[in-house]
Every structure is written in C-alpha cells, then in structure tokens.
Design a protein around this ligand. Structure first.
Ligand SMILES: *Cc1c(COP(=O)(O)O)cnc(C)c1O
Length: 368
C-alpha cells in the first residue's frame, strides 16, 4: 500500500514547489570562511546598528516567555516614525509572511490577482497558494528609457477585472531594481476600484534617493484599499531576524489580524527592530554608502561592456548578453555568489547585490 501525501494536499498546494535556496550558503561559509563573497541575497554587508546587539543582550534573559503578541512597543515606535496610528500596522515574520497573509485573507479560487512580469517572485507564490487566478501583466520593454523591464502601471490598471481582489506592485522592484514615481502611482491608485486591494511592496524604500519617488504611505489615509509592506531585512540589516510590517487602513489591518499567527514575531526580533529603527543615522549611512558603491560598481560593469539596469536598491540587474549560467558558475569558482535570473525568464541576466568596495572588487576580478 503506497501513501501519497501529495495526492491528499489541496490543489493550490499541489501546484506549488518547495523554495529552492540555490547554493547551500551555511555549508559554503564553513568551507570558505572569510573568502566567501555573498552577493546573491540583497543583504547589506554593512551590518546592523550596534544598538541591535545591545537590545538583544538585554532581552535574552526573558526568552523563556512568549513575545508580546501585539508587538505594541515596536508598533508604537513605527507609528510615531511613520506618522500613522498603531492600529494601522500589522507585524510579520518578515514582509514575505505579510505578502502571503494578505493573499490568504483576501484572495481565493473565485478571484484573480494582478502583478507584473518580473515582479517579485513571492507575488506569484502568494497568489498560487490561494488558488486565485494569476494575471501576469507584461513588463515595460527592455528598451524603456526610465524603467526597462519595470511595472507597466497603466496596463496593470487596465488588467483589473471585476473579480480582481488584489494587485501587487513593488517600488522599487526586485529583481529589476526599477521604480515608479509619485505621479505614476497616484494615477494607478486612482484607476484601481476600491474593491481591489493595492499592495505596495516597499522592501527597498529606504534605499531610494531619487527625488519624486516617495512612499505610498502618503496614500493610505485617503485610500483604505492601499496596503504598504516594509521590512527590516534590507536597509536595517536584520534579514536573519525576520521582521516586516504592513501599513494600511485600520479596517484592512483588522482583517489581517484575524489570521496572523499570534506570536509570529519573536521577542529578540521585536527589540532588535525597535533598536534598528531608533538608529536613523545608521540607516542613512547604509543608504548613502550603498548608493555610492552601487554607482561605482555599475560604472565598472558598464566599462566592461555590460548592461546594468537602473536601480534604486542595493542590487543591480546585469545583462551579460550570453548564457549567464556560465558566468555564474565562473564567479562561483572564485567563491563569489550571485543570483541567477533564469527562473524569472531572464537567462542572460544575473542579480548582483551591492557589497563593500572589497567585495565588488572580488566580483570584478572573478568576472571572465
Ligand atoms: C527581500 C524582499 C522582501 C521580503 O523580505 P523579508 O525578509 O521577508 O521581509 C519583500 N519584497 C521584496 C521585493 C524583496 O526583495
């Protein structure tokens, strides 16, 4: 008698694949030690604020207790920093969890979800997990002057149908690095019916230095269907602790709270995020150093004849105009890890995180 668990799984789960982490990074760290250059996961090499370690040390004796299920202290700090009410914030075990939670709460097999070609991969996964119909809108062309491969917000608004419960956009987007400005977002949100929830994933918002590109937080008060997701994983350098947050109308947040796991953000993550948030100088330094190193690295890559897509993030999408798997393998031989893009349908591209100058130099030396 054979036991087939997959046959017992629901159709939405059957359609999913387990996350493919690529290289076994923990094993590679043991093998290569300091020599390993990790530029594949958009972490910042600059590290977290020193206040984070202090906050964790102070909270350690109490780890036998459950964390605050409301995360009240972190929410109060976020509310005051962002100028919103605490009842407008939901906390997540990373913003990935929140992107999934939003879909679980609002979408199902009778609805559709709109997102862009080359939009962040989690959008498609969150959609599939609910059984909703994915509507993948073609991206702007690679030759677009402002946002090559970026979201076509006009086409995305036009793709919304009566059954569209959710639309996901990322600003800036991963893996393209592209962004849209306030005017484009305003026009988009104005065109979306109030029955469709607009999720604006702002995982890289803290990295943006371009004028005219501000957070969708400014839209939340007037548009109860707009939800913004943010994370402490990128510019706050806490990827290992898993803290993200969603900001929206109290009504949308109250829906998310119905399904949110009660202790989804652990006690050390809560105090660490609050400490990181409190060190605005550190976050600014990460933003400024990253912008400077990104422009330096992009110039070096361009000088080698490679096409770098414009980026307002801590990574660059690079087109090698050849099978990038070969380049990726060559870099890996030199213990330099980057992210292949074939899974996104960009087999000639690699996504390269902006590290320290020394890491960028190691990358450049290892390029064939
Ligand atoms: C990294 C990333 C996230 C998820 O980050 P978490 O670590 O889960 O908070 C969300 N959206 C985009 C576009 C990202 O690149």
């Amino acid at each position: 008698m054979s036991f087939d668990a997959l046959k017992l799984a629901n159709p939405a789960t059957r359609a999913l694949r387990a996350y493919d982490p690529g290289h076994d990074l923990p094993a590679l760290r043991l093998e290569y030690g300091e020599r390993l250059v990790e530029l594949g996961s958009n972490e910042t090499s600059l590290g977290a604020s020193p206040r984070v370690a202090e906050a964790i040390a102070a909270a350690l004796p109490d780890v036998y207790r459950y964390p605050d299920p409301k995360g009240a202290s972190l929410k109060a700090a976020l509310a005051s920093t962002l100028g919103v009410g605490a009842e407008q914030i939901a906390l997540g075990n990373g913003s990935h969890e929140l992107l999934m939670l939003i879909a679980q709460c609002f979408a199902d097999a009778s609805t559709s979800v709109v997102f862009s070609q080359y939009g962040f991969a989690v959008f498609a996964i969150a959609t599939a997990a609910t059984g909703a119909r994915p509507v993948r809108v073609p991206a702007l062309p690679a030759g677009h002057p402002r946002a090559p491969l970026g979201h076509d917000l006009v086409a995305m608004a036009a793709a919304i149908e009566a059954d569209t419960r959710l639309v996901y956009v990322a600003n800036p987007n991963n893996p393209t690095g592209t962004w849209f400005d306030d005017a484009a977002l305003d026009a988009f949100v104005a065109a979306v019916p109030p029955e469709t929830i607009v999720v604006v994933d702002e995982a890289y918002a803290e990295y943006v230095t371009k004028p005219g590109v501000s957070s969708a937080l400014r839209l939340v008060a007037d548009h109860p269907n707009v939800v913004v997701t943010r994370t402490f994983s990128k510019a706050y350098a806490l990827a290992g602790l898993r803290v993200g947050y969603a900001v929206g109308s109290p009504a949308v947040i109250a829906v998310l709270e119905r399904l949110r796991e009660s202790f989804n953000v652990n006690a050390l993550a809560l105090v660490a995020a609050q400490a990181a948030l409190g060190d605005a100088g550190h976050a600014r330094k990460i933003r400024d150093v990253t912008a400077q190193e990104r422009e330096w690295l992009a110039a070096q890559l361009a000088a080698r004849g490679l096409r770098c897509f414009p980026s307002q993030t801590n990574f660059i999408l690079v087109d090698f105009a050849t099978d990038a798997a070969v380049i990726e393998a060559k870099l890996f031989e030199h213990a330099v890890v980057v992210r292949p893009m074939a899974g996104y349908g960009l087999p000639t591209c690699l996504r390269i995180s902006v590290g320290t100058r020394a890491e960028s130099e190691r990358l450049l030396e290892a390029l064939p």
